[in-house]
Design a protein around this ligand. Structure first.
Ligand code: ZN
Length: 393
């Protein structure tokens, strides 16, 4: 079995190389916008434009009308047609928005086909440019499909797409675990393990607020405004990388130690609507958690069972199955009105998710995994069923 992954590596370009990157992004943006405008124009005239046709038309005139595009690699002026074609396909399928013109400085990037670049340890060779230093080596082996160079704040990255073989399971463990992602802690596992996540935004919030205020006071697009804007995007990047690092560690730990992991439906959009919660949730990067967990599970040959949105993992008593009508977020301890059981709220949810994971595995895999072969994480460490005396931290 094959699957694709993308490894994003920070680049360390010198000034000339950075100039080239900017130019290549500019060519990609220009070409995309040219194609989109032409598409709209032809569509209005009753024609049926296609990415391939537009590319032919562009190629016929490009060196004469836009000679400067040949200063950078050819992919920069050919891939945008593929991208635009795909954007229209998604739009017509109803899975994407109507394509809009690209703006300078927003998602600047350019594509490099796999036969156009070379990797050598900490270096990547880019056409018409040469070797550029990378801050780390490619961590995966497999067939290299393509690369995309992009900019975030004032840093440059290359994302290398690889098709790789399924990596065999690291651990032969048959343990099933449930995990509850929280606002207070990053995660609570059904075996009682609590993982404190960094909440970078909270710590850096003050700086973020100050910069935002300062930006609002500056004249838009002035040089001071640009300076603050850059500081702000650097700060956002720093926050994101602290968070991503924590999520990487957590997801790796899960796939290495557990055969089956039950997670809740994180319905991030719904949760973010709750304003009180939104900041912490964005800090935690739940969407990124699910993405990483899924691809790592494939790599390690373990299973992820995701509860559907209506599965009441928090409201159900993990001891007797009684379901509460209401459970407010401030109730940190779950008290069962039916059997009198008391347990930490997040742990209760995690155990319910483990329960669900055990159930789903049996039905999904039939003969392959029988419940007897699976060990429940929550049955291993019973001693954790101790709750804080006052229900607080
Ligand atoms: Zn109960």
């Amino acid at each position: 079995m094959f699957f694709q992954l993308s490894h994003k590596i920070e680049l360390n370009p010198n000034n000339t190389q950075e100039g080239y990157f900017k130019k290549a992004c500019g060519v990609a943006r220009f070409t995309y916008n040219w194609a989109l405008e032409e598409w709209r124009h032809q569509y209005e005239e009753g024609l049926k434009p296609s990415a391939l046709e537009l590319k032919k038309q562009f190629n016929a005139i490009k060196y004469e009308e836009f000679p400067w595009i040949s200063e950078v690699l050819r992919d920069a002026n050919s891939q945008p047609f593929t991208n635009l074609g795909r954007a229209f396909v998604n739009f017509f399928k109803g899975t994407g928005k109507y394509p809009v013109f690209k703006k300078r400085g927003i998602r600047d990037s350019f594509y490099i086909a796999n036969d156009k670049f070379q990797l050598d340890g900490f270096k990547i060779k880019i056409p018409k440019l040469g070797w550029v230093r990378m801050r780390e080596q490619l961590r995966f082996t497999g067939k290299i499909l393509s690369a995309t160079v992009s900019r975030i704040a004032d840093k440059w990255f290359v994302a290398i797409n690889i098709q790789t073989d399924l990596v065999p399971a690291v651990n032969k463990s048959h343990v099933v675990v449930g995990i509850d992602l929280g606002v207070k802690q990053l995660a609570t596992l059904s075996d009682g393990t609590v993982i404190e996540g960094p909440k970078p935004r909270k710590a850096l919030l003050k700086r973020l607020r100050r910069l935002n205020r300062s930006l609002a006071r500056k004249k838009k697009a002035s040089s001071n405004w640009k300076k603050v804007k850059l500081k702000l995007s650097r700060l956002h990047m720093r926050i994101a990388s602290i968070r991503n690092d924590a999520i990487h560690k957590l997801t790796t730990m899960l796939v290495k130690n557990f055969k089956v992991t039950g997670i809740e439906d994180l319905n991030v959009n719904g949760m973010v609507k709750n304003h009180k919660l939104s900041r912490s949730i964005l800090d935690m990067g739940f969407g990124e958690f699910v993405r990483q967990l899924n691809y790592k599970a494939k790599m390690c040959g373990v299973e992820i069972v995701q509860a559907d949105r209506f599965y009441p993992s928090s409201k159900t008593c993990c001891q007797c199955g009684f379901k509460k009508d209401n459970l407010t977020l401030s109730e940190r301890v779950f008290r069962c009105e039916s059997c009198g059981f008391e347990i930490d709220r997040d742990l209760n949810a995690a155990i319910n998710l483990e329960e669900l994971a055990v159930g789903s595995t049996v039905t999904a895999c039939g003969e392959a995994v029988r419940p007897k072969q699976l060990v429940r994480a929550s049955s291993v460490k019973q001693e954790f069923f101790i709750i804080p005396a006052n229900g607080q931290e």
